[in-house]
Design a protein around this ligand. Structure first.
Ligand code: NAD
Length: 323
């Protein structure tokens, strides 16, 4: 059954407003609240989007700017506060660690004053550092904190492979795992197309050359920086990712998606947040899966953990795990 409920979005810029607009288009809540240190922006964005709800095909959703007290009865909170990488900057989300952990501190300290019930979806980068930070440093049920993780890269994998073979991206199954960032990797051992076997596709499509997996993987990891350099930010793909999570939670789907959460021994990894396939329902993460990866893929997962842990050394505060 669908839970209409209230969604609070923190951060009302490129990503926050794209998420807002998709929630409204899909009718995923009865009320959406925008919070940002830039109150004028919240007011303008919520007013603008509220006018779209008057269309015959729209959902009559109550949209308004608000404050943290609105979290009290929210069913979900989406954190998009904090800057992104700008065009021309070092192409590595981990450079945002210090700045955005301070913002996570500010945001999460406010949230916990009002709720421990809402499911929190972390979108802010560096995604795995931010997910770790809010999960490890605050008294909040961990299963209710989800980082969007590598679902966006997984969508990119689907799109890029679909373009390569000229087919529907929804036929592509499998995962990008590890860091939402440069050390993330395609778990090729999980990838399949239409249950026909990835390894058979070149023959089915009469390709003279074997699929160049390295090139596909490089494209997936690079394309984010291409988008940032071309349009100044990424927001549309991530908004769809956020809505995929919102739908899974609000419809109590028991679906399985790659998402970021703190690992507790999976592949021998502790005390760092990374993406694994997890099962999700309206209470949050209910099960984490450790697919049978190749030794090389496990090595990449461990390298991802090292990379994110290394970046966390820049955080001054709290976190027993980063010492
Ligand atoms: P942006 O710089 O345009 O906007 C950030 C917003 O956060 C601003 O409106 C700012 O006023 C607000 N903000 C800053 N400090 C705040 C605080 N303490 N409380 C409330 N609001 C605060 O950034 P953007 O392009 O909208 O991106 C937002 C975040 O989403 C970035 O960290 C970006 O890297 C991340 N992102 C993540 C993914 C993903 O796959 N997880 C994809 C795209 C972008």
């Amino acid at each position: 059954m669908f839970d209409e409920g209230k969604i609070v979005i923190i951060g009302a810029s490129n990503v926050g407003t794209a998420v807002l607009n998709k929630i409204v288009d899909f009718g995923l809540a009865s009320e959406v609240v925008l919070i940002d240190i830039n109150e004028k922006k919240c007011m303008g964005e919520s007013l603008d989007t509220s006018h779209a709800t008057a269309c015959i095909s729209s959902h009559n959703i109550y949209i308004h700017e608000g404050d943290y007290e609105d979290c009290k009865d929210a069913s979900m909170i989406i954190i998009t506060a904090g800057p992104s990488i700008k065009p021309g900057e070092t192409p590595d989300r981990l450079i945002l660690t210090k700045t955005n952990c301070k913002i996570m501190d500010n945001v999460m300290s406010q949230i916990v004053r009002y709720t421990k019930d809402a499911i929190i979806l972390v979108v802010t980068n560096p995604l795995d550092v931010a997910t770790y930070y809010v999960s490890a440093n605050f008294d909040y049920p961990r299963e209710k904190i989800i980082g969007t993780g590598t679902l966006l890269e997984t969508f990119r994998l689907r799109r890029i492979l679909a373009d390569y073979y000229h087919l529907d991206p929804k036929l592509v199954h499998g995962y990008v795992l590890g860091e939402h960032g440069n050390s993330g990797f395609v778990a090729w051992s999980t990838v399949d197309i239409a249950s026909l076997g990835l390894g058979n596709m070149d023959e089915f499509f009469n390709r003279d050359y074997k699929l160049n997996k390295g090139m596909i993987e490089q494209k997936i990891m690079q394309v984010v920086y291409d988008v940032i350099n071309l349009k100044g930010c990424t927001n549309t793909g991530i908004a769809m990712v956020a809505c995929r999570f919102i739908k899974a939670i609000k419809y109590n789907e028991y679906t399985i998606l790659p998402m970021s959460s703190i690992l507790t021994g999976e592949y021998g990894i502790h005390d760092v947040a990374l993406s694994l396939p997890c099962m999700l329902n309206n209470t949050g993460i209910i099960k984490k899966f450790t697919p049978k990866l190749t030794d090389e893929e496990v090595g990449k997962m461990i390298a991802s953990a090292k990379s994110v842990k290394f970046a966390m050394k820049a955080i001054e505060k709290k976190t027993e795990a980063v010492a």
